[in-house]
Ligand binder design. Structure first.
Ligand code: FMN
Length: 325
């Protein structure tokens, strides 16, 4: 079995974390399935009300007694929801995407006061150091190949840069990891584990429409694009990032015509909500990473954790030692 310092720090068996995907991309059964399998499940709190966060935490605890995390997008965090999350006393609070001038230390201090460990996601060395200075216990180095909002550096380069810069603070690699090869590679690059989004979107417990799961299965990994169009349509100004998702008809229609989208924002958003409900993969923005090309089956989330751990162990035990004379 692969064990790294992060396993003891977060109280988990395998160094594998479910990304806290907000906006209805995670739910309690998915979080609990990952935690029950020995990983760390994370609920994305963006888009959930304070009461709902309390109910979700209770639902997770109804299925598992293992640690789990609650995730917040710092630039959109509302006090009432944050306070409600801390009241549930999760084992881990997970943060990402502050505004450039936002003071993040109080969020981390209050999480520590509530007895939580804290992870902080960064797409650059400077962001990683910002998280460490504010007191984060774990840095998530997120590469640009990831699904959702990303920075510009690839995981392959960012992981060792961040690991060197923040040592001895442990690092998780996010972006582009969908199988045991990715976990083994991340460990070789100096990470203590991995955080996955796209792979878990195509799980039985994922709340997204089945058509969206099928689109991930069908993807060869070459069909994503970075774009501000989904945020423009949602009326959100993201601090210094674009989002990676499927390059579908919706994205192609508005590319280069962002000025026109601003004029039709309300109608466009209504169209997106309808398309999301009906599972229209051409008209709803669908965030996923380049690693969609590595995913060819919808699996129970717990099996994903176990398979990843077993595959990585085989690579480290059987394949790699055989390459050393
Ligand atoms: C649909 C979607 C929504 C996401 N929402 C969030 C979020 O609310 N908070 C966050 O910290 N990360 C979010 N992420 C990023 C993930 O936490 C993670 O960094 C990323 O999915 C890792 O790359 P991968 O998709 O290649 O596994 C999201 C990713 C996706 C695909």
């Amino acid at each position: 079995m692969i064990r790294t310092p992060i396993c003891d720090l977060l109280g988990i068996e395998h160094p594998i974390v479910l990304g806290g995907m907000g906006g209805g991309h995670t739910q309690s059964s998915m979080v609990a399935a990952v935690s029950n399998a020995g990983g760390l499940g994370t609920l994305g709190c963006h888009g959930r009300g304070g009461d709902q966060i309390g109910e979700d935490a209770a639902a997770i605890r109804g299925i598992t007694n293992q640690p789990f995390a609650l995730n917040f997008l710092l630039f959109l965090t509302e006090e009432e929801k944050f306070a409600a999350a801390l009241e549930t006393r999760p084992a881990v609070m997970s943060f990402a995407w502050p505004d450039g001038d936002q003071d993040i230390a109080p969020y981390i201090e209050r999480s520590h006061d509530a007895g939580c460990k804290v992870t902080y996601m960064a797409g650059s060395v400077a962001e990683a150091l910002r998280g460490v200075r504010a007191g984060a216990d774990v840095i998530v180095a997120q590469g640009t190949e990831a699904g959702g909002h990303v920075s510009w550096m690839a995981s392959m380069v960012l992981t060792p840069l961040v690991a060197d810069a923040v040592a001895p603070v442990p690092v998780l690699t996010a972006g582009g990891i969908a199988d045991g090869r990715g976990l083994a590679a991340a460990l070789a690059l100096g990470a203590d584990g991995v955080l996955l989004g796209t792979r878990f979107l195509a799980s039985d417990e994922s709340p997204i429409h089945d058509n969206f799961k099928q689109a991930i299965i069908a993807s060869d990994g070459h069909d994503t694009a970075l774009s501000e169009i989904p945020d423009l349509a949602a009326g959100i100004v993201w601090p210094g990032a674009m989002s990676r998702g499927r390059r579908n008809r919706f994205i192609e229609r508005w590319s280069g015509r962002e000025w026109a989208l601003r004029q039709h924002q309300a109608d466009t958003l209504a169209g997106i909500m309808a398309a999301r409900g009906s599972g229209d993969i051409e008209e709803a923005p669908l965030s996923y990473g380049q690693d969609a090309g590595l995913i060819d089956a919808i699996l129970p989330a717990g099996d994903i954790v176990r398979q990843l751990a077993e595959e990585a162990e085989q690579i480290l035990k059987a394949r790699l030692p055989g390459l050393v004379d």
